[in-house]
Design a protein around this ligand. Structure first.
Ligand code: 6PG
Length: 256
C-alpha cells in the first residue's frame, strides 16, 4: 500500500491545469511503454474541471487518443444522456472533442439500458472489467482518479454504507446514496486498490475537513477516501483551500 503523497496548488484552476498536465505525461509514458493506457475517470466538479483543463492543454494531442481505455469509478444510475450522468458531463468537458476509439470508452450502464436494476448493471460492469483484465478481476489501470466528497466519500462509496465495506466484488450497486441521485454504480475499494496509481482530487474550502480526516489515520469505513490507495502511488492533488486544515506535519514543504 503506497503512502499518500500530497501536492498543494494555489487554487482549483491551477490544480486542474497541473493535474491535467500530469495526466498527459502519465498517459504518454504508458503508451510509449505498453502501446496503450488505461484511465479511470471520476465525476464531480474537480474531475470535470480536470477534463476541461486537459482539453485546452497545449500538449493534449501528445496523447494517442485511439489507444486510450477509459473507465469510470462510479456513475449515477440514470437514463442514457441524462445531464447528471458522469459520462454525459465527461463528454461535454472533453470526450466529444478528442478522437477516442468508441470501443475503448467503457461507460457504466444507464438505467434505461439492458440491465433492469442497478445491481444487475453493476454485475455487468464487473464482467466487462474482468473481460478486459490481463489478469485478475480488473485491467491494470495506469491512473484511477477520484473526486473527494465533503463527507470523505470517493466514487459512490459513502461513509458507513454497505458499498465501502465490500471486500470481494469489484463493482456494486449503491442504494440510498446521500449525494443525489440515490441509485449509483460504483467501483469498490478492492477495485480501486488494484490501480497502479490512485489520484484523489480535492479543491475548495468544503473539502478541507474531509482531507484532514482522511489523511489523519481515519478508518476507511468512516472515511472512504482513507482507503483509496494505489499499488505504486497514492497522490492527493489539493488546492490551498482544501489543504487548509491539514496538520502542518502533513502539509508538503515545497507547496503553495
Ligand atoms: O458521481 C459523483 O458524484 C462523483 O463521482 C463523486 O464521487 C464526486 O467525485 C465527489 O462527490 C466530489 O465531487 P465534487 O468534485 O463536485 O465536489
Amino acid at each position: 500500500m503506497s503512502t499518500p503523497q500530497l501536492v498543494v496548488h494555489r487554487d482549483k484552476e491551477l490544480m486542474a491545469q497541473a493535474a491535467a498536465a500530469r495526466l498527459i505525461t502519465r498517459i504518454v509514458d504508458a503508451q510509449a511503454t505498453r502501446g496503450s493506457a488505461s484511465v479511470v475517470l471520476t465525476g464531480g466538479r474537480n474531475g470535470n474541471g480536470l477534463l476541461a483543463a486537459l482539453g485546452s492543454a497545449p500538449a493534449r494531442d501528445a496523447i494517442d487518443w485511439s489507444r486510450l481505455d477509459l473507465w469510470w469509478g462510479d456513475e449515477r444510475f440514470l437514463p442514457e444522456g441524462d445531464p447528471e450522468r458522469n459520462v454525459t458531463q465527461a463528454r461535454e468537458a472533453l470526450l466529444d472533442r478528442v478522437p477516442l476509439d468508441p470501443a475503448r470508452v467503457h461507460a457504466m450502464p444507464a438505467s434505461d439500458g439492458p440491465y433492469g436494476d442497478v445491481d444487475t448493471a453493476a454485475a455487468a460492469y464487473a464482467a466487462e472489467l474482468a473481460a478486459a483484465a490481463e489478469h485478475g478481476a480488473v485491467p491494470a489501470f495506469d491512473v484511477l482518479m477520484l473526486g473527494v466528497g465533503p463527507d470523505t466519500h470517493v466514487a459512490s462509496l459513502f461513509p458507513e454504507l454497505p458499498a465501502v465495506r465490500e471486500t470481494e466484488r469489484t463493482v456494486v450497486g449503491v442504494h440510498g446514496a446521500p449525494k443525489p441521485p440515490p441509485l449509483r454504480v460504483s467501483l469498490t475499494l478492492p477495485a480501486i486498490r488494484a490501480a497502479k496509481e490512485v489520484w484523489l482530487l480535492a479543491a475548495g474550502e468544503d473539502k478541507a475537513k474531509a482531507a484532514a480526516i482522511a489523511l489523519s489515520g481515519a478508518g476507511e469505513v468512516q472515511a472512504p477516501a482513507a482507503g483509496a490507495h494505489g499499488r505504486s502511488r497514492t497522490l492527493w492533488l489539493l488546492d490551498a483551500a482544501a489543504a487548509s486544515e491539514l496538520p502542518r506535519s502533513l502539509y508538503p514543504p515545497a507547496s503553495a
